[in-house]
Ligand binder design. Sequence first.
Ligand code: LMR
Length: 332
Amino acid sequence: MRRSLVSALVVFVALFTFAIGAFAKPIVIKFSFVVAMDTPKGQAAQYFAKIVKERTHGKVIVKIYPNAMLYDDRAAIEALQMGALQMACPATAKFTGWIPELQLFDLPFLFKNTKHLHKVEEGPVGKKLLNLFRRKGMLGLAFWDNGFKVLSNNKHPIVLPKDCKGLKFRIMSSRVLAAQFKALGASPQVLPFSEVYSALEQGVVDGCENPWSNLYTKKFYEVAPYTTETYHGYLGYVLVTNAKFWDSLPPKIRKILDQCVEDATRYEWKLAAELTKKQRALVLKDPKVKDVILTPAQREIWRKTLVKIYPQFYKTIGKDLIEEAIKEGQGL
Ligand code: LMR
């Protein structure tokens, strides 16, 4: 009699625990960004949401908000710090007001190629930079890729730096990017990503700098059809979360999410390389687009003009950090 009572109690407790588990509210991660879904960031965010749901059996749900539908990047960083948003993936340039050292990534002609970039990100320089997020109440989880930037404008073809003289270029909120355009004799103007198309259309700015994926998915080439393949600088992201939120996750869940971040990052890097090629070809298919490909000698003129701005940032970014990053590219 006593034994059957105990067994009944065990079954009851098991059922009760299961019921609580089954009806417990999932942890929701709101993930906001400014680009479209068919970009490397958008696709990788979707992949991340999928594997998180699968691997946590629905205990964690990632809700995605693309195209700045919730926040532009500045507002997203603020919302993240306040805990209203759990994930974002702004361009490194957007963190200038919080972590100015991240402007390292904006320095023109710093990275020889993607291999060099990834070596820096995965090495001591990348680790040092990600560690700086905690002091701002955030966690830098990973670096995500987009690509090297091309210039586009609606005035005339740009072949040499002197062709930028007098043009107004939209930039992200980075002092390095402002200095870069000033070194070209152009006027930089900070604008949110969501305003770039109309700013080009209405003549607020004459041009912008973007990787192919952003140029294609936001159709900037329709309103700035002179493209120049300078690849003078890089645009990439930091996947960030609120530190308190991430720290408060149950350890088992956190372990799964950490692995999902790692897997989504590998996926994103691969995708960025593929989409860059694909979307470049799609832009160049438009007969209105007039593309300039630089000769190595012409590109060297750009490099010499733009690396002159480095000393202005030795203090903010750290001369050592810049030199360490340059050294990682030796022999690549
Ligand atoms: C920009 O503002 O140009 C970029 O931050 C957009 C993006 O997220 O790629």
